[in-house]
Design a protein around this ligand. Structure first.
Ligand code: HEC
Ligand code: HEC
Length: 466
């Protein structure tokens, strides 16, 4: 299907309409674009929450229909592949093609031709938040249930549910590997670490400063949607959100959010929670922001990201300003202990051990370093160059308003490490790619490498063992 083109002027008008953040949406289109969120609500809280709850079913239904247009969402495990604790990997390319188009046809066209015919797969464009104009932290149902059970803390939103099906998300609870105690293997004991059990699980394994860091990472603090003011999205006033509510067990549960970095609202990127495994070997933090230390990112999360990047609203809702010496350092030290999961087929240099790797994996490794060009940016042993790159995705499609977002150029994005990759779907900063096979097709177009079907399968086999 050839979709109509959107002119730059049309996008500009849409920007004005969509620019306003939460609470401003009902205002006329000539409302000045502002960097700030409104401080006072326009509707009494009880009435607002009731209205949002009433709107929720229709909103989720239309968003799920949109996802079904972008992707094949069926639960279809890949033969043989599992995450570290056994959850099956999903198989196959899930981004849908326009009718009559094949992956081979697409790869034979130039980016300009793909753009002119508007046949870049919709699932390869930026993924909007389920309610982009509103945004905010949003948790999968299994996370909400577990925290409710352990801590009687409710992270359900009255206005929204998480959107992607569970089979595309990381296993829950994920394993925990410690850089300081590799001899112990997975120390999670199959549990979600919370304030309720962290001491019993880690006393005697961590030092006192790390234990204090872990306690702080598990302590809820107010944020934009979960707080005790009238401007919240939880049914009842909330104690807030802890770091490891999203970074469960130092990994990720795919909770989503909008990055605080851009204005207006429609240009903010949806962000899929990245794993904290391997932050010890990384030098840049945040997909767009490139903060230079885990300490800086830890401070920024609670001062800025928790409040959608608005320092004014943070004062109203109760920002928790962390003390650098006694709190931030302890939290950062703890984060640096979360190790990548074991990759038994990789040797000390991060390359396959030919004695145990399969022929397909070895061919995949050769492609990764050769024809497929991946190693240019994803250098072993951790498969990152600790830098940012602009993949120029917008060569392939015209910018357009899409469900409250403007889907347009991504800009420079951090090269996420590929070690432990199989454990952290969905992929890319916004989670737009659902499977490893999707990432292979995506980069085949982005890099213009024209891989054959066999080469794509080999490359995927290699990605699974990283
Ligand atoms: C709503 C879920 C959520 C909560 C709660 C949360 N984070 Fe994050 N975290 C994210 C997302 C999403 C990103 C990616 C942000 C981006 O790309 O700009 C991120 C990024 C990070 C990063 C950088 C990782 C990287 O690979 O670049 C660190 C470090 C981090 N968070 C630590 C924390 C700490 C410490 C806290 C508590 C103060 C916290 N997070 C609370 C979702 C969350
Ligand atoms: C020019 C540098 C560059 C090259 C070459 C490159 N990548 Fe990447 N890769 C990136 C960047 C930057 C990101 C983050 C993009 C985003 O999140 O929007 C990324 C993200 C990924 C991700 C998702 C990681 C995650 O945790 O979400 C996968 C998988 C991946 N690349 C695989 C590959 C493969 C396979 C190849 C070769 C076919 C490849 N990349 C080539 C820079 C590169």
């Amino acid at each position: 299907m050839i979709r109509p083109f959107f002119s730059e002027a049309c996008v500009r008008i849409a920007v004005l309409l969509l620019a306003a953040g939460p609470g401003l949406r009902a205002q006329p289109a000539d409302t000045p674009v502002s960097s700030y969120l409104p401080v006072n609500g326009e509707e009494p809280a009880a009435k607002l929450l009731l209205r949002l709850a009433r709107e929720k079913p229709a909103r989720m239904q239309s968003h799920r229909a949109y996802l079904a247009e972008r992707y094949d969402l069926v639960d279809g495990p890949a033969a043989g592949g599992t995450m570290s604790r056994g959850k099956p990997l999903q198989g196959g390319v899930r981004a849908r093609l326009a009718p009559g188009v094949t992956w081979e046809m697409l790869a034979a066209l130039t980016p300009a031709e793909i753009r002119a015919r508007d046949i870049f797969p919709a699932g390869f464009r930026p993924l909007p938040h389920p309610h982009h104009a509103e945004g905010g932290m949003l948790f999968p149902a299994f996370v909400i249930d577990e925290l409710q059970r352990q801590e009687q803390r409710d992270l359900a939103r009255v206005d929204l549910d998480f959107d992607l099906p569970d089979h595309f998300l990381p296993e829950f609870p994920p394993a925990i590997f410690l850089t300081t105690r590799p001899d112990l293997g997975d120390v999670s004991q199959g549990r979600v670490v919370t304030l309720d059990n962290y001491f019993a699980l880690f006393n005697g394994i961590l030092n006192p400063k790390q234990l204090e860091g872990l306690r702080l990472l598990l302590t809820p603090f107010p944020q934009q949607q979960f707080n005790s003011t009238d401007d919240r999205r939880s049914d009842r006033p909330s104690r807030g959100v802890a770091c490891l509510d999203c970074h469960t067990n130092g990994h990720t549960n795919a909770a989503t959010h909008l990055a605080g970095d851009a204005r207006p609202q429609a240009f903010r990127h949806r962000v899929d929670t990245p794993t904290l495994r391997g932050v010890n070997i990384q030098r840049l933090f945040g997909s767009q922001r490139a903060l230079k230390s885990v300490e800086d990112f830890t401070e920024f999360e609670q001062r800025g990201a928790y409040f959608d990047g608005d320092t004014v609203i943070a004062v109203k809702k109760g920002a928790n300003v962390l003390e650098r010496g006694s709190q931030v350092h302890a939290m950062a030290e703890m984060q640096a202990l979360f190790d990548f999961p074991p990759a038994p087929k990789l040797g000390v240099t991060g390359r396959l051990d030919p004695a145990i790797a399969t022929a397909a994996e070895l061919r995949g490794q050769a492609l990764f370093a050769g024809k497929a060009q991946c190693a240019t940016c994803h250098a072993p042993p951790y498969y990152t160059d600790n830098s940012m790159h602009n993949l120029h995705t917008a060569r392939f499609f015209a910018p357009r308003p899409e469900r409250g977002a403007i889907t347009t150029a991504d800009g420079p994005i951090k090269t996420f490490p590929l070690r432990g990759l199989k454990d952290s779907p969905p992929y890319l900063h916004d989670g737009r790619l659902l499977t490893l096979a999707d990432t292979v097709e995506f980069f085949n177009l982005i890099l213009g490498t024209r891989l054959t079907a066999d080469e794509k399968a080999d490359l995927e086999a290699f990605l699974r063992v990283l």
